[in-house]
Design a protein around this ligand. Structure first.
Ligand SMILES: [Zn+2]
Length: 396
């Protein structure tokens, strides 16, 4: 399938025009955003090899927070809604479990210290004070109830599903920024002694989706990614299908291929670490294309707790953050896309983060959003593609 054929195909999938209808042509500048041409043509990256918002075309032309492609698609005549059962748009809540607790076991602390020492002199100087400071949080059984347990309680109360992404230790090639909890590490969960693996299974037993939070290097190392998937699949007793790369480390020419080859069918990595925004100019799901379509659906992430509140990133207060989220909800609702909100479980103790979650869920719920996991979005996408194929077959 050529690039132009793919673009016609994806527009047809988004619009769901009747069989035989000729889909409008996605303007070149929007196609370039979608297929990440700027990331192919520009070698520049941040110190963590990431493509961040200040480098992007959407930032330069002032559309970082406006999904231009969605607005274009919504303006096309004959478009039918993307979401089932009359839902106007979708909300996908996800959690990257970088830390299972606010405390660490001695083994976890020692892993972190070794990563800091092994990252070169500069990294060691930068990281060691924090690592030494973290020693004050040592615990033989770090409590997960204020983090994972608290978030599970809130989501049970709100009756929402979420996609939880867990890391695997050790990765094939540990990196300074990797997460350091292992499946067999002890912790406390619901007041009892447990292991991290028990907690992961408990999250799945609550009806949530569990996916892989791929290590830093797994974004560019196929065998490492497969090994992590195999390990997490073993804990769950079933194959995982969703992934988000840790640190949002994602290489345009490498990562989607590795993810698809490893057996993942949905990726939620495409977003920015330091700002809300639409990295691909869209919130809509789309299978990745790189010389041909890959069997991996992109679900771009547009809002992350850390990026909103951390000084040095957006550094917003709660009022400003909610105002920004309301603006994004309005735009996504108007164009029938997805609001993908990333909340880290270790930040749910921050009242601003809990309010952000409750406010976003409440607002989207009132406005008729479909609350979906990444796996739900993939299933919904497959149903739409199958229905369109059947329609075309019937017409033929
Ligand atoms: Zn992470």
């Amino acid at each position: 399938m050529t690039r132009d054929e793919y673009l016609r195909w994806i527009v047809q999938r988004w619009l769901d025009l009747p069989a035989g209808a000729c889909p409008p042509v996605l303007p070149n500048e929007l196609a370039a955003l979608l297929l990440r041409d700027e990331e192919r043509l520009t070698a520049h990256r941040d110190p963590w090899d990431n493509w961040e918002f200040p480098f992007s075309e959407v930032f330069r032309r002032g559309t970082l927070l406006a999904p231009e492609i969605d607005t274009w698609a919504a303006s096309c005549p004959g478009r039918r809604p993307l979401w089932p059962d009359g839902h106007k748009f979708a909300l996908a809540i996800s959690h990257d479990v970088d830390d299972v607790s606010h405390r660490v076991t001695p083994a976890q602390w020692w892993r972190r210290a070794k990563l800091a020492l092994g990252g070169g002199a500069k990294a060691a100087i930068r990281s060691l004070p924090g690592t030494v400071w973290q020693a004050r949080t040592l615990s033989p059984t770090p409590d997960t109830d204020p983090t994972i347990g608290r978030l599970l309680d809130i989501e049970r109360e709100l009756a929402i599903p979420a996609s939880w992404f867990f890391t695997v230790w050790p990765p094939a090639r540990p990196h300074l920024v990797d997460c350091v909890h292992a499946f067999a590490d002890p912790c406390r969960f619901r007041g009892r002694r447990a292991t991290v693996a028990d907690v992961i299974r408990a999250v799945a037993d609550c009806g949530h989706e569990v996916g892989l939070h791929g290590s830093y290097v797994s974004a560019i190392d196929g065998p490492a990614l497969v090994a992590e998937k195999t390990a997490l699949d073993g804990v769950l007793g079933q194959p995982t299908t969703s992934i988000r790369q840790h640190w949002l480390h994602w290489r345009v020419d490498t990562t989607p291929h590795l993810q698809a080859a490893a057996g993942f069918t949905v990726d939620g990595t495409l977003g920015f670490n330091n700002s809300a925004g639409f990295r691909c100019g869209t919130s809509l799901p789309f299978p990745w294309w790189d010389g041909g379509p890959l069997d991996i659906l992109m679900v771009p992430v547009s809002v992350m707790d850390v990026a909103l509140f951390r000084p040095g990133d957006m550094g917003l207060d709660l009022t400003l953050a909610l105002r920004l989220v309301d603006d994004i909800i309005q735009r996504v609702e108007a164009s029938g896309g997805i609001l993908s909100l990333l909340i880290h479980p270790n930040h749910i103790i921050d009242p601003r983060v809990e309010t952000l979650l409750r406010h976003t869920v409440g607002t989207c719920w009132e406005r008729g959003a479909l609350l979906a996991t990444h796996a739900d979005i993939r299933r919904s996408w497959d149903l739409r593609v199958d229905a369109q194929a059947a329609q075309l077959g019937a017409k033929a």
